[in-house]
Design a binder for this molecule. Structure first.
Ligand code: ATP
Ligand code: MG
Length: 396
């Protein structure tokens, strides 16, 4: 049993029944919270959403919508009122806010301790390395000279990363040589923003694994998937990833171990690199549902969203097995800036076997995640051609 070092319970108590109305609070109101709310609805559970602005994707379908900063004590009280548990859809929540919620006696998962480790990429990688998980070489950057020293030791290119608040590649810079150091430091906001530097991982593919962990060590590991990024944003997810069984088993085991290392409760997305020799390196972990797990809604016995809820509520976890030989997800990214409009939706909906998800964002921006499509198939190639055809038909 992990030790409990503060007043935050580190495990959800097993729950045998639910009384209605039943509500779960979520910090954040984006598409991840919205799809969690959709899964909650099938168990008769409602959600309370705390988001900065009104009309967020989840706020619009929530039973309770609180709009305020995540650090506002009155808003946190409003979120916590009569909820069974609180979770998050975004790792950039202040740890103090989770502590404050837990102090009100509401179970919060993932815990403040897990979040504190994850939201600092340096601390996160230090913990993973200490647990024996293979990671690229990395070092703390206290001054630009540290980056030069890293380049001399590991060679170029290097990846410079902000320790906090990086997403979709914002917060990262690739350095081809010493001449790139000054500009990259400035772009990433050094010295106000703390940085780490990593050796380049010469990956052949990027893989991801969703892992859900509940009380008493219960754990389900979803299939290893291949992710394809375009401009640092997830573009396509292919499930399952092709590859030999030993490599896939190593990837799944690293993901499971990563979640255990941070004593994670709930669902986690673990991003991995596969190298040419079949070895696997850990990249990072998301302490929440993850874009690489959207295929699980139609592709698996239990979706990442439902299993996340089950974990934080202390309910038994569901199977993570796939219900079809293959599933492919393609993201629908904004193609213009302005009011959201799904052109070509009728064409996409007419594509056989395709599931279209639109997140209900009221404004589109170029590159903004507006929705996704998933197709199942007898092979990954078949699922991918269906999903691509539907995605190509829609412009948001
Ligand atoms: P996300 O895109 O998941 O929000 P993020 O902005 O937190 O992620 P990372 O996952 O650290 O950033 O990096 C984004 C992408 O940059 C990775 O998916 C990978 O393609 C590339 N990358 C990151 N670190 C390395 C590395 N050490 N070597 C090579 N490529 C890397
Ligand atoms: Mg990432």
């Amino acid at each position: 049993m992990p030790s409990v070092s503060d007043d935050t319970a580190s495990q959800p108590a097993a729950r045998l029944a639910l009384e209605y109305p039943a509500m779960v609070g979520i910090l954040g109101g984006g598409q991840l919270a919205r799809m969690t709310a959709e899964a909650a609805s099938t168990l008769g559970v409602e959600v309370a959403i705390l988001e900065h602005d009104a009309n967020s994707p989840a706020g619009r379908i929530a039973a309770r919508e609180v709009t305020s900063a995540w650090t506002d004590e009155r808003a946190l009280s409003a979120l916590a009122r009569d909820v069974l548990a609180i979770t998050l859809e975004n790792e950039f929540v202040e740890v103090a806010a989770l502590d404050s919620l837990a102090a009100r006696g509401v179970p919060v998962f993932p815990t403040a301790r897990t979040l504190a480790t994850v939201q600092d990429k340096l601390l996160q990688k230090q913990n993973m390395r200490a647990a024996g998980i293979p990671v690229p070489e990395f070092a703390e950057v206290t001054r630009p000279e540290d980056i030069l020293a890293a380049g001399e030791q590991w060679g170029w290119p290097l990846v410079l990363k902000a320790r906090r608040n990086g997403y979709d590649g914002y917060g990262n810079a690739t350095l081809r040589g010493p001449d790139d150091i000054a500009d990259a430091c400035q772009t990433l906001g050094w010295p106000d923003r703390k940085l780490l530097v990593e050796a380049w991982a010469p990956f052949t593919r990027e893989l991801a694994v969703m892992v859900v962990r509940g009380g008493e060590g219960a754990c389900e590991v979803y299939p290893v998937v291949e992710t394809v990024q375009k401009n640092h944003i997830c573009h396509i997810v292919r499930a399952p990833a092709a590859g030999d069984a030993a490599m896939l088993a190593r990837a799944a085991e690293i993901a499971r171990q990563a979640v255990e290392t941070i004593d994670g409760i709930g669902v986690f997305g673990v991003e991995l690199f596969e190298l040419a020799d079949g070895s696997i390196l850990y990249n990072e972990i998301a302490p929440r549902p993850h874009n690489s797990g959207h295929y699980t809604i139609e592709g698996c016995v239990t979706s990442q969203f439902e299993n996340h809820l089950r974990a934080v509520l202390g309910l038994p976890l569901g199977s993570a097995a796939m219900v079809a030989p293959a599933a492919v997800m393609v993201n629908l990214l904004g193609t213009r800036t302005g009011p959201a409009r799904a052109d070509g939706l009728a064409h996409a909906l007419a594509t056989t076997g395709v599931h279209v998800h639109i997140y209900g964002k009221l404004a589109s921006r170029i590159g903004r995640k507006m929705g996704h499509v998933t197709a199942l198939g007898a092979t990954v190639a078949e699922a991918e051609s269906r999903a691509r055809a539907a995605a190509d038909a829609i412009a948001l």
